[in-house]
Design a protein around this ligand. Structure first.
Ligand SMILES: [Zn+2]
Length: 168
């Protein structure tokens, strides 16, 4: 089974119980999670054997720090990000088929350099808000904001309204 390493952003987003992977994360990721519901969801995944907690060794951490220093990503990576990258690096080193799930650009960048495959865990359908503008004075609707932000009929400042969500 493919190993998937989750960073702290990814662990919130996905439903571990339904995906056919062997999930890993680090103790430092877990200690960042304060939301009770997420904590109990994760505890359940651990006790069900769906999620393993593994901490990277110092050599892997140093390797990540070295690469991230070269790329400049070190400036924005937290110690948790480094742990997660180090764990993915280590699993890959022991010939595991591993993928790192993170939405963080710096994490993705360092992963790419180390040939660790990664993906952004966007399993939820994205919805896009469409806005329209309406004059609170005369009620005229506008698809776009006028150049001065005022109604071209009565001169009242336009207000923005949410029109709809578009799924994509
Ligand atoms: Zn108007």
């Amino acid at each position: 089974m493919k190993c998937v390493v989750l960073d702290s952003g990814a662990i919130f987003k996905i439903d571990i119980s339904v995906l056919p992977f062997s999930f890993f994360t680090t103790q430092s990721v877990l200690s960042e999670i304060k939301n009770r519901r997420t904590v109990s969801r994760i505890d359940f995944a651990i006790s069900a054997g769906r999620l393993s907690i593994q901490n990277p060794n110092n050599n892997s951490i140093e390797k990540i720090q070295e690469v991230a220093t070269k790329t400049g990503d070190i400036a924005v990576l937290s110690h948790v990000d480094i742990d997660v990258l180090a764990l993915a690096y280590e699993l890959k080193g022991s010939n595991e088929d591993v993928e790192l799930w993170s939405n963080d650009f710096a994490v993705q960048n360092v992963a790419s350099i180390l040939n660790i495959s990664w993906r952004s865990p966007e399993y939820r359908i994205k919805s896009v808000l469409i806005w329209e503008f309406k004059c609170p004075g005369c009620g005229k609707r506008f698809k776009k904001l006028t150049h001065d932000g005022l109604c071209d009929v009565c001169g009242t400042p336009l207000r923005r309204h949410r029109k709809k969500r578009v799924m994509r």
